[in-house]
Design a protein around this ligand. Sequence first.
Ligand SMILES: Nc1ncnc2c1ncn2[C@@H]1O[C@H](COP(=O)(O)OP(=O)(O)OP(=O)(O)O)[C@@H](O)[C@H]1O
Ligand SMILES: [Mg+2]
Length: 264
Amino acid sequence: MSMSIDKSKLEAIRAKLPELRDRRHSENSVQTVDVTRQFQLGENVIHALRGVDLTVKRGEYTSLMGPSGTGKTTLFNMIGGLDKPTAGKVFIDGVDIAQLDPFELAWLRCRKIGYIFQNFRLIPVMTALENVTLPMIFAGAKADEARDRGVDILTKVGLGDRLKHKPGRMSGGQQQRVAVARALANSPVIVLADEPTGNLDTKTGEEIIEQLSVLCRERGVTVIAATHDHKMLSVSDRVISLLDGRIEKIRMREDIDIKVGSIR
Ligand SMILES: Nc1ncnc2c1ncn2[C@@H]1O[C@H](COP(=O)(O)OP(=O)(O)OP(=O)(O)O)[C@@H](O)[C@H]1O
Ligand SMILES: [Mg+2]
């Protein structure tokens, strides 16, 4: 009797699979609706974002370009739940993050989003390994599991021999790789990468790009990466150009393939 119940449950799940799979692909991973962010500096109001509507599908690789001061980091901070829009909404997996309480928001940030900061934001008193394992401990991993996984990820980014170094004893490129490793610690479904190759030599930069694109293609991770690096564009599904806090243009991969090298 119990067998038949299990079987029918299984059948029900099987029947739903294609539908679930379709939904997975069509679901929006990240959506911003008319997101505005103003900063008050003395008497001046700085319009960092002037109404950004952006929809990113699950598993899409999006590059964000634009001159310095155009709002890229500000937009990442909105999507990553680190800062709140002055107006507009941000949805992560269909959830309006303004509706989450602080605990829920912290959970979402810790479990779903891997954030590679433009200026690394590593914890200076902790070693490379401790920096990478900290988010795993927050997420409830056991110390030895976290350590093994931390060693594994750091080795993958080429820092297997720098586990016990503190950020102050590492080059900019090495710190950047620790930041990449930390962002991947909890197997995020969304990676926000704010100029992840900005401090890297060409070869290391290419390796990081390759790792992000593999995550995207093979694991369906949604990647949004701010970049000035044209090599990054060839792995992108879309390139979004920001200008003065607004989306100036959106280009698809087809256009990118033809025009690589000429995109500004
Ligand atoms: N906390 C803040 N207070 C005041 N102004 C800010 C703040 N954060 C950002 N800004 C301003 O908002 C605008 C957008 O900044 P943002 O850091 O998002 O640009 P960006 O595109 O990331 O630039 P870059 O390519 O140099 O990293 C800039 O004019 C900046 O000076
Ligand atoms: Mg920036």
